[in-house]
Design a protein around this ligand. Structure first.
Ligand code: ACO
Length: 310
């Protein structure tokens, strides 16, 4: 596993204001707060009422830029990971360039679909592009309005998903090692499928998830010769609290090593890892020079992980 080097200069997260609680869902489908909490760990999720995926992406990007008063003129690469955009073309990334008033600049912009692993795929791609020497500064966004693609009459899926966005700005560096591992299984069974609305074979995806998370963690540790004790925090994709628990138990890693915020936001697909990472990094006191592991899996199936020095 080749060492890359990137400096994470800012992270951010944006959650739309409106909440959809388990009690609200009890009025829509045959479910209960007790069932949802005990099977998934989710209590509520956010719903973007009047905002599009682009709006969510823009708000997250602006927050990251504002946080460190970043000179946006440095940005020469924008990647948006999403599966729920209102339109395929133009890309959210291109529209974001315009909304950030950067349309007079030469910027490479594209969207990336790797389902819930999208942010880690996008970060991997951006890192390789920066480390090639041809780019200097990348804005990477995970933005989802899953309420666009959730069927609120299907209790198998509607309890799981929420809306939100997160952003990260990265630059080249000489002393912040970063490692990536990404892959896919070529699933033709459509266990997790999105045409107009998300369809999910819950038990099949669950089975896959509790195997692939430990596999991804072990692969990253082995190939980078890192001990789990050297990792300050694992930020997993927030799909189901039980999945994270099962992965922790199977590896004999303490649950405290996994950052979990699924209770408040549900599964926000490509936005979930960056929202959780930003929340974790905002905690006080903030420890410097941390080794953070990101882990995700999603439709495709896709999976991947990263070890970052932040
Ligand atoms: N409320 C009440 N009962 C329900 C609900 C609900 N919302 N949903 C399903 N049930 C019922 C089922 O009908 C079933 O009833 P039955 O026994 O009478 O047939 C029973 O509960 C058990 O159903 P299972 O599907 O076996 O429940 P399970 O414990 O597996 O939990 C869940 C379902 C939460 C979906 C779980 O399988 C899971 O988390 N799967 C993974 C989902 C996931 O990780 N998705 C991430 C990828 S998302 C992406 O990439 C975009």
């Amino acid at each position: 596993m080749r060492e890359n080097n990137i400096k994470v200069v800012a992270t951010s997260s944006y959650l739309p204001a409106s909440e959809l609680t388990n009690e609200d869902l009890e009025k829509l489908v045959d479910t209960s707060d007790e069932w949802i909490q005990s099977r998934t760990g989710i209590k509520k999720r956010r719903i973007a009422k009047d905002e599009t995926v682009l709006d969510l992406a823009y708000r997250a990007a602006k927050l990251a830029i504002k946080k460190i008063k970043y000179d946006v003129r440095k940005i020469d690469l924008i990647i948006c990971a999403t599966i729920s955009s209102e339109h395929i073309m133009p890309s959210v990334a291109s529209s974001l360039q315009g909304k950030l008033k950067l349309n007079d600049q030469e910027i490479t912009c594209f969207d990336l679909n790797a389902a819930c692993t999208g942010f880690i795929y996008a970060l991997n791609v951006a890192t390789q592009m920066l480390n090639s020497g041809n780019y200097k500064s990348a804005l990477i966004v995970g933005a989802e309005k899953l309420s666009n693609v959730v069927d609120y009459t299907d209790r198998n899926t509607c309890v799981l998903f929420g809306d939100g966005a997160g952003a990260m700005i990265i630059e080249n560096s000489n002393n912040n090692p970063a490692y990536f591992y990404t892959s896919s299984s070529g699933d033709l069974q459509n266990y997790l499928y999105l045409k107009d609305k998300i369809k999910l074979n819950g038990p099949k995806v669950y089975e896959f998830a509790i195997t692939i998370i430990p596999h991804t963690i072990k692969t990253l540790l082995k190939n980078t010769k890192t001990s789990i004790d050297d990792i300050d925090m694992i930020i997993p994709h927030q799909a189901n609290y039980r999945i994270i628990n099962a992965a922790a138990n199977s590896l004999n890693i303490s649950n405290d090593k996994f950052y979990v915020n699924i209770r408040n936001y549900g599964n926000t697909s490509a936005a979930s890892v960056i929202i959780a990472l930003d929340e974790y990094l905002n905690q006080k006191p903030r420890k410097e020079n941390q080794k953070i592991m990101l882990i995700a899996f999603g439709g495709g199936f896709t999976w991947g992980g990263a070890i970052l020095s932040i």
